[in-house]
Write a protein of this length. Structure first.
Length: 400
């Protein structure tokens, strides 16, 4: 018997399992994958994600596995480019881009080290109920076969966008916006000292990130409606997008693509009801958004912290449903700004004349550049930079 069963052992599930096990809970964390394991996701970690890893004592482990801090990013909107880094979060200014094979393994190892029981290679098919409450899961082992049944008074679905747990508990979707983009990415070796950069163009978004093992991850996003066209001739579509950034196609041609392209158009923007009798949802299972702003991992860490806090307070004597009730409210509040930013970014809309003038003015004011990067990273509210009075003040300063 466990106190908590967590289904899914990546950014959300492994983090929660680690925090709960550190707090003395008996935790089982189940995943159909075995680690190290890759997944469909790039892996940009803004300051608030890096801060959590540091706080959990895991940032040094990323360093030890060859993941270098990124101290400068270029933000390029076509007519204007600016370089910098966002305002730090609790003194954490550098950002990181660890492969998921590395990041998820560090988290899983930390969960096991803290005392969580990792049950990998098991697919969870169903939630078990007793007296109207979730009370465990049923699953089957991959490969060799065989079934498995686990019991706990709390089942957490950290099993991603297509969460089986969410389906079995009939979690309701709310604040839903259909997919706005489709994306493809891959990894190149031999590109030299490539800087992290974010290039926004009308109808396209091109992201370039140095990652582990001397590789560079390049990600292109297009409007969702173009998915059929893009994948019909993916190589050509991808390289046509690179042409929108001066010099990028030549840089890429000087290296070697190390992996096949990976992509998807299955990128809904939504929340799900995330607590019920004996169950909770975490990470993408509870809230999913377009990856254009690279915030899913940071939000999975945030949610793991919030849910762990709620579960700790239930253990300390607060009625469990009451304690868990705070978690989705706090999550929705703390992710609202990033959700709005992801929706705005994923529209891949043309840059208006007004915004072009604003960016030109901002590029000459280092403290404004820092705040623009802070918005991108989710540590500065959008309205603190893009409200009409703030824009007017930046324009006035530039004209002074
Ligand atoms: C193309 C793309 C690029 C992205 N880029 C970034 C980025 O740069 N930065 C960023 O912060 N975010 C990014 N994201 C978002 C990020 O990938 C997610 O927000 C993050 O992975 C969510 O973590 P999670 O643990 O909730 O879910 P997941 O990472 O999806 O993990 C779910 C786990 O549950 C397991 N599982 C599922 N069903 C079952 C089952 N029935 N039984 C047992 N196990 C099960 C799976 O095997 C998996 O290991 C990107 C997403 C995409 C699609």
């Amino acid at each position: 018997m466990f106190d908590v069963i967590v289904v899914g052992a990546r950014c959300a599930g492994a983090s929660l399992a680690m925090l709960l096990a550190r707090g003395g809970h008996r935790v089982a964390v189940v995943d159909r994958a075995s680690f190290p394991s890759d997944t469909m996701s790039t892996h940009f970690l803004w300051q608030r994600a890096a801060f959590r890893l540091r706080d959990w004592g895991l940032l040094d482990r990323l360093h030890a596995r060859g993941c270098a801090p990124i101290e400068q990013i270029t933000f390029d909107v076509g007519p204007v480019q600016m370089s910098g880094i966002g305002l730090g979060v609790e003194g954490q200014t550098a950002v990181y881009c660890p492969r998921r094979t590395v990041l998820d393994t560090v988290l899983v190892e930390a969960a096991v080290e803290a005392g969580a029981e990792l049950i990998d290679g098991v697919v969870v098919d169903d939630v078990v109920w007793a007296d109207g409450r979730a009370s465990g899961v049923r699953g089957r082992r991959r490969g060799a076969g065989g079934s498995l049944s686990l019991r706990a008074p709390l089942v957490v679905g950290a099993d991603g966008l297509h969460s089986t747990v969410a389906r079995r508990v009939a979690a309701r979707v709310y604040n839903h916006h259909p997919p706005l983009t489709c994306v493809y990415y891959s990894y190149w070796s031999g590109l030299g000292d490539v800087r992290a950069s974010f290039h926004a163009r009308t109808g396209q978004l091109i992201l370039v990130w140095p990652t582990n093992d001397g590789l560079t991850c390049i990600y292109v996003g297009w409007p969702r409606r173009e998915f059929a066209r893009v994948r019909t001739d993916l190589d050509r579509s991808f390289h046509a997008a690179l042409d929108l950034v001066p010099g990028l196609r030549d840089t890429v041609a000087s290296g070697h693509r190390e992996q096949r392209f990976v992509g998807t158009a299955d990128l809904p923007n939504q929340y799900r009801t995330s607590v019920g009798p004996g169950w909770a949802l975490l990470g993408d299972a509870g809230h999913h958004k377009d990856p254009s702003t690279g915030m899913g991992i940071a939000d999975a860490f945030l949610s793991a912290d919030l849910l762990a806090e709620a579960i700790h307070s239930a253990r300390a004597g607060r009625p469990v449903d009451d304690a868990l009730g705070d978690y989705p409210r706090q999550r929705d509040q703390l992710t609202a700004n990033g959700f709005e930013l992801a929706l705005n970014t994923a529209r891949l809309a043309p840059l208006s004349n007004g915004l072009t003038a604003f960016y030109r003015a901002a590029a000459t004011q280092p403290e404004v550049v820092e705040r623009i990067f802070g918005v991108l990273g989710g540590s500065v509210p959008i309205r603190d930079v893009y409200s009409a009075p703030r824009i007017a003040s930046v324009l006035a300063q530039a004209n002074a």
